[in-house]
Design a protein around this ligand. Structure first.
Ligand code: PLP
Length: 370
């Protein structure tokens, strides 16, 4: 069996270091925030070339606090994409603001920058590009539009730790960057976790207060805050795992290169890496015809795959009140119908990548993609 992801293999490869670090936190009783979390904030911010890092309990909280710190609330609009994980849109709705969608570019799967300007209104306050699958959105045109209309840029970098745009690390390109440490992410906690990054000292101090009940000092609540703090144990675990992230990212990229090679003469379409992008392959998604049958046949051969994501957010029942109809975002909809995520994690072996590609190659013959 070749699993879609194998968290156990990675844990076993660093077990001694992790176990020692966890016990140290237990003995210190710094269960919430504390010195390990503070050290992680510095190390992760530096890793992203950002001046400040604020650790939180989830990636969703990171997005929520970024939006709140940017002053976004009821009556405001935030431009983003419908082809993303639900959390991007949920965080906007938490603030009372309205998500306004722009379709994706069919090659990069990130926001189509040529359609952003038409979506800007007097109520627009921010643009929230998603670095989907580990590939950076086309940030220069986004920053240019934001500057022209006085908008904040918040990067959803939940899938893109260490990804680069024109040589710059994501999370430090827009005004605020948001990361998730959900276990399956490229840098994953052993529980929930997230981080906000920024070069803006004011956003840093606001977000730092907001995550801990809006306190300036203990029991002095200057902002209406939240309980969005990171656990000490997660901080200690993430500090250890961060030291391996370069090596793990290189392993993902090597697997992607191998998939690309083995699938280049097949009917499946492999990911397009944009010229400005250093892709970190959180997800390696191919486009296939007759996806349901193909996924079933792969599963019968012991190969687990995933779909990220089968229904774009504008067609989710929970967000029908936004008023979008089928056909509103053609590329998000066709991509959602055709993408198939192949097994991708650092500990995959070249033999496993080879086996997945060979199966896919032979099973997909004759099937056409759009
Ligand atoms: C995982 C993810 C999030 C949310 O992160 P959590 O830590 O699960 O709350 C937000 N946006 C995207 C694109 C994600 O993939």
């Amino acid at each position: 069996m070749i699993p879609f992801i194998d968290l156990k293999a990675q844990y076993l490869s660093i077990k001694d270091e992790i176990d020692t670090a966890v016990i140290k936190v237990l003995e210190s009783t710094q269960f919430i925030l504390g010195s390990e979390v503070a050290a992680l904030e510095e190390e992760f911010a530096e890793y992203c070339s950002a001046e400040h890092g604020i650790a939180v309990n989830t990636g969703t909280s990171a997005l929520h606090l970024a939006l709140v710190a940017a002053g976004i609330g009821p009556g405001d609009e935030v431009i983003t994409v419908p082809f993303t994980f639900i959390a991007t849109v949920a965080a906007i709705v938490y603030t009372g603001a309205k998500p306004v969608f722009v379709d994706i570019d069919p090659a990069s799967y990130t926001i189509d920058v040529t359609q952003i300007e038409a979506a800007v209104t007097e109520r627009t306050k921010a643009i929230l590009p998603v670095h989907l699958y580990g590939q950076a959105a086309d940030m220069d045109p986004i920053l240019e539009i934001a500057q022209r209309h006085n908008l904040i840029v918040i990067e959803d970098a939940a899938q893109a730790h260490r990804a680069e745009y024109k040589g710059r690390r994501v999370g430090s390109i827009g005004d605020i960057g948001c990361f998730s440490f959900y276990p399956g992410k490229n840098l994953g906690a052993y529980g929930e976790g997230g981080m906000v990054t920024t070069n803006n000292a004011e956003f840093d101090s606001t977000i730092r207060m907001l995550r801990d009940w809006g306190q300036e000092r203990r029991y002095n609540h200057v902002l209406k805050g939240y309980n969005y703090r990171m656990d000490g144990i997660q901080g200690a675990i993430l500090r250890i795992k961060l030291r391996y992230l370069d090596q793990w990212t290189e392993a993902r990229r090597a697997h992607a290169t191998q998939y690309d090679q083995l699938l280049k003469d097949s009917t499946v379409k492999t990911p397009v890496v944009m010229p400005y992008s250093h892709h970190v392959y959180h997800i390696y998604a191919v486009r296939v015809g007759d996806r349901t049958a193909l996924q079933q046949k792969l599963s019968e051969q012991g190969i687990q795959t995933g779909i990220h994501y089968p229904i774009p957010v504008h067609l989710q029942p929970a967000y029908s009140d936004l008023g979008y109809q089928p056909g509103a975002f053609p590329y998000s909809e066709s991509t959602a119908r055709e993408v198939l995520s192949l097994p991708m994690y650092p500990e995959l072996t070249p033999e496993q990548v080879d086996a997945v590609a060979q199966s896919l190659h032979s099973l997909s013959q004759g099937a056409q993609v759009s």
